[in-house]
Design a protein around this ligand. Structure first.
Ligand code: DQA
Length: 144
């Protein structure tokens, strides 16, 4: 089973960005954890990060026929990108949304996810462990 993992804008700055909110691990360290868990679960993962909405949309489009599921942290696009939500809905692959921080315990604008209605589920507030849980979730959703 192949899983596409997408990190949205500003997540390339993990480890230095608001470490009280997002933790001190770099994106490379988070990705190593994701890869180790994927191997343990017998999954193949491909991981991308982009600061550009269109790039993320095209990665989602490209997942069709190539991947069995998507794990995505859309960053701030979570809160307003109908474009990204439409792309996820269009490909219709099992998808899980991940947030390192608890978006419901933060500023009001973060309480709305426009992506949530088109994914199977959301994991918010568990730090990078959330990605590992999301891998388990998509494996379960795909019935593997
Ligand atoms: C985030 C939460 C978003 O509100 C924020 O814009 C991010 C990261 C998280 O992982 O907690 O960039 O998705």
């Amino acid at each position: 089973m192949r899983v596409l993992v997408l990190h949205g804008p500003n997540l390339n700055l993990l480890g230095t960005r608001e470490t009280d909110v997002y933790g001190s691990s770099s994106l490379a360290e988070v990705n190593l954890r994701i890869e180790a868990e994927a191997t343990a679960l017998g999954l193949e993962v491909e991981i991308h990060q982009s600061n550009h909405e269109g790039v993320l949309v095209e990665l989602v489009h490209g997942a069709q026929g190539k991947f069995d599921a998507i794990v995505i942290n859309p960053g701030a696009y979570t809160h307003y990108s109908y474009t990204l939500a439409d792309a996820l809905a269009a490909v219709g692959l099992p998808a899980v949304e991940v947030h390192l921080s608890n978006i419901y315990a933060r500023e009001k604008f973060r309480h709305l996810s426009v992506v949530a209605p088109v994914v199977h589920g959301q994991i918010s507030g568990l730090g990078s462990f959330g990605y590992l849980l999301a891998l388990r979730a998509v494996r379960e959703l795909a019935g593997r």
